[in-house]
Design a binder for this molecule. Structure first.
Ligand SMILES: [Zn+2]
Length: 351
């Protein structure tokens, strides 16, 4: 089968790899119908050391079940399923607490012999605990929005929960990438009265406004902090969604929270230390967040996607085929595209 392999910074190829096949009775084989290129894929795209064997890529996908192991109970061949960006058993103490990202038997796609999502098929570990059966056909219309539940929409929701967004509150979203845009959707969905988006790309800001952002701050650093304070009577905001992970964006996020406020961090931190330790201490600012337990959120968010209440799939502004994935990385890396959707042909899915 064909799949996406990264060999080093800027070097992504579609290669022929061994077919996905059942190895454990808890496995399922999923023929991929749609996959996403993630902003987090851009970190290795910019920095990965050259590797002769390469690394399989992709952790956002929806597909059709092609085969199931003897112990799989919740799905059958032909079902349309969505995979969260990590696999999990669904039964351990952390999964039972809704924190599937800390599953004792979980892991990630694309490493140590695990298939990646940007290929024709994936052997999915712990199928019952990982995959969610969707009540749709593989070519139904809300597919782009459903695909966001595997990662970016779940992550935006996680940021909003960690930032304790609620009715009547003012929220700020730091970052206008796909996760930040989904953070705007999540903040509105949870009842925020005012949503300030911090970003500077016109196309993304326009989408943020359609998703519910009420104010835009395009400055950076100290100027951005000043601007948010002006917008909030000098107080700062109740809830901050940090959706970037860089030192400056984190510092901004922590500096615009008002006393007693909360910051939900979902941007992968690029620094060891958390800045603004003293001011956030004296202001009783809650600092929370981490990787989103997407598996725990899919069922909650699914009805809103199916009835069109939220349309996170609009963050995909380009559709490509599997063999165009290398160009998709380039387009996202050069900020030519917000997020790229990979559509696999039915013929590819049957292989
Ligand atoms: Zn678990």
């Amino acid at each position: 089968m064909r799949a996406t392999v990264m060999f080093g910074a800027g070097d992504v190829r579609i290669e022929t790899v061994p077919d996905a096949r059942l190895l454990q009775p808890t496995d399922a084989i999923v023929a991929v119908a749609r996959a996403g290129i993630c902003g987090s894929d851009l970190w290795p795209y910019q920095t990965m050391e050259h590797s002769g064997t390469g690394r399989r890529m992709g952790h956002e996908f929806i597909g059709v079940v092609k085969a199931v192991g003897a112990d799989v109970r919740t799905m059958k061949v032909g079902d349309v399923v969505i995979a969260p960006f990590l696999y999990s058993d669904g039964t351990c103490v952390f999964c039972q607490e809704g924190l599937h990202t800390s599953c004792l038997h979980g892991g990630r796609y694309g490493s140590d012999g695990v298939d990646g999502g940007k290929g024709e098929a994936v052997r999915v570990f712990q199928a019952d605990g990982t995959l969610v059966v969707l009540p749709v056909g593989a070519d139904d219309a809300p597919m782009p929005s459903l695909l966001t539940l595997s990662d970016v929409m779940a992550t935006g929701h996680h940021a909003a929960l960690a930032a304790r967004v609620g009715p009547g509150k003012t929220a700020a979203v730091v970052g206008d990438g796909a996760v930040g845009l989904c953070g705007v959707i999540a903040a509105r969905r949870l009842g925020a009265e005012r949503i300030i988006i911090l970003g500077r790309h016109p196309d993304r800001i326009a989408l943020a406004k359609e998703f519910g952002a009420t104010d835009v701050v395009s400055e950076r650093g100290d100027e951005a902090i000043q601007r948010v304070r002006e917008l909030t009577d000098g107080l700062g905001v109740h809830s901050v969604l940090e959706c970037v992970g860089l030192e400056q964006s984190t510092r901004t996020a922590l500096s615009i929270a008002r006393p007693g406020g909360a910051v939900g961090r979902v941007g992968l931190p690029q620094e060891e230390a958390i800045p603004e330790s003293l001011p956030t201490f004296f202001d009783n600012v809650t600092i929370a967040g981490g990787p989103a337990p997407a598996r725990a959120y899919i069922k909650e968010l699914l009805p809103d996607v199916l009835d069109g209440t939220i349309e996170p799939g609009r963050v995909f502004d380009r559709v490509m085929r599997l063999d165009e994935v290398p160009d998709g990385y380039r387009a996202m890396n050069e900020r030519e595209a917000i997020k790229v959707l990979i559509e696999l042909k039915t013929k590819e899915r049957r292989r």
